[in-house]
Design a binder for this molecule. Structure first.
Ligand code: 15L
Length: 247
């Protein structure tokens, strides 16, 4: 979805994924040697890092999947002079934050899962490389990336496909962001994450989950809906997802 969307805005996109997944380049981003060879060979202007387990896992798997991949990409970028990375972080980096009117990008890292820990640690790694090497890094704390919202929580957290394209385009093209963080949600009437940081970077979302509200609210509110409403991270901040750190 993202690759053709960015191509339509004039970007030349090289897609990379695990071998056998149908991407132009088959690569395991946890392998720093392979990542280095790819960056040296194709020398992109920027990296968009979407690789990683998108759900909860063991602690070692989360660290490998989120932090080691980010480290491999950053090392290769610095070695080969690639100046910018846009990172798919997540709302789960701050998922244990109680729901408030507006959650800004400056709230403390407060993960709700090992997945969230991986995102906080990756954001910290980006910060280190910005400070050490002067690269630009934009962490997009993505909400619920879906073709449409499917729950009460997602009336607040939805990120539409078209807004995701707008968001990554802005993060790639905004002048000199340094180390920046934004919330990756659409222009939702019920948003509780502050969109100002994104707007300052040129991200102007156009979709609003509200047009699905009547349909979603026609179904009776469940216990799960109520539990999801307590914290930013929704179900990731409930006891059902808790698991031991090690398999
Ligand atoms: C995420 O970061 C996850 O990758 C996805 O599975 C959803 O849980 C999403 O956040 C969300 O919060 O809705």
């Amino acid at each position: 979805m993202l690759a053709p969307g960015l191509a339509a805005l004039g970007h030349e996109v090289i897609g990379a994924d695990l071998p056998g997944q149908g991407a132009e380049v088959g690569i395991d981003c946890t392998d720093p040697v392979a990542v280095d060879a790819l960056v040296a060979d194709r020398h992109p202007d920027a990296v968009i890092h979407l690789a990683g387990i998108s759900d909860e896992s063991s602690l070692p798997a989360a660290l490998q999947s989120h932090v080691v991949t980010t480290g491999a990409l950053l090392e290769a970028m610095v070695r080969h002079g690639v100046p910018r990375i846009v990172y798919a972080s997540s709302n789960h980096a701050v998922g244990r934050t109680p729901r408030a009117e507006q959650v800004g990008v400056d709230v403390e890292g407060r993960p709700d899962t090992f997945y969230g820990v991986g995102k906080v640690a990756s954001e910290a790694l980006l910060r280190l490389y910005v400070d050490r090497h002067g690269i630009d890094a934009v962490s997009t704390r993505i909400g619920s990336f879906r073709s449409r919202p499917n729950s009460r929580r997602q009336l607040s957290t939805w990120l539409s496909h078209q807004d995701a394209i707008r968001m990554f385009h802005a993060a790639l093209t905004t002048p000199s962001p340094g180390n920046a963080v934004l919330y990756g949600i659409s222009n939702n009437t019920r948003a509780w994450w502050d969109l100002e940081a994104g707007r300052a970077l040129g991200y102007h979302p156009e979709d609003d989950a509200e047009r699905f509200a009547a349909e979603i609210e026609a179904v009776e509110e469940t216990e799960k809906d109520r539990a999801e409403a307590a914290h930013v991270g929704g179900s990731f901040a409930t006891p059902e997802i808790e698991r031991p750190a090690f398999d």
